[in-house]
Design a protein around this ligand. Structure first.
Ligand code: CA2
Length: 147
């Protein structure tokens, strides 16, 4: 079996589907994880899905993914705009990272326009709600099959 793809989500994303549906949609994070897991299974790829409100957890999982995973899909939530620690962890690994956001961060407040992750990521997908995660997975599955 190929190495798993890590799907990492940051602070407050555990609240998805329960509040602010006009911005973040009605889908829960569990729904997203379940749907991604089904999609990946069709390509015989395992997913490891984690969410935490703690910056250090995300740093630890990025390091773990660097050792044990083939790629990372990350929505670092608000840490996207603030975390040098997460950026340093991404800089320390050699696997592709795709940054995702549910909302289009460039249509929102100015303080969301800067990402410490984007310059280090293979690509960025934002603005498609839960589909941002699915599109990222599709790219990775396509690349795993087609090189
Ligand atoms: O659009 C995204 O995916 C964000 O990463 C979401 C973060 C925000 O800080 C980023 O700028 C953009 C916030 C996640 C908060 O999630 C909630 C979900 C439901 C209810 C309240 C917050």
């Amino acid at each position: 079996m190929a190495k798993p793809i890590f799907v990492l989500s940051g602070p407050n994303l555990n609240l998805l589907g329960t509040r602010e549906p006009e911005i973040y949609g009605k889908t829960t994070l569990k729904d997203i994880h379940d749907s991604l897991t089904r999609q990946a299974a069709k390509s015989q790829v395992d997913l490891v899905c984690f969410q935490s409100n703690m910056e250090g957890d995300l740093v630890n999982w990025i390091q773990q993914a660097g050792q044990e995973g083939q790629a990372i899909i990350i929505n670092a939530g608000a840490y996207t705009h603030t975390s040098i620690a997460i950026a340093d962890a991404i800089r320390s690994i050699d696997i592709p990272v795709i940054e995702v956001h549910l909302s289009n961060i460039y249509q929102r407040e100015e303080y969301r326009h800067h990402s410490y992750i984007s310059p280090l990521a293979k690509g960025l997908i934002c603005g498609f709600g839960a589909k941002s995660y699915e599109l990222a997975l599709q790219v990775l599955l396509f690349e795993a099959q087609n090189g």
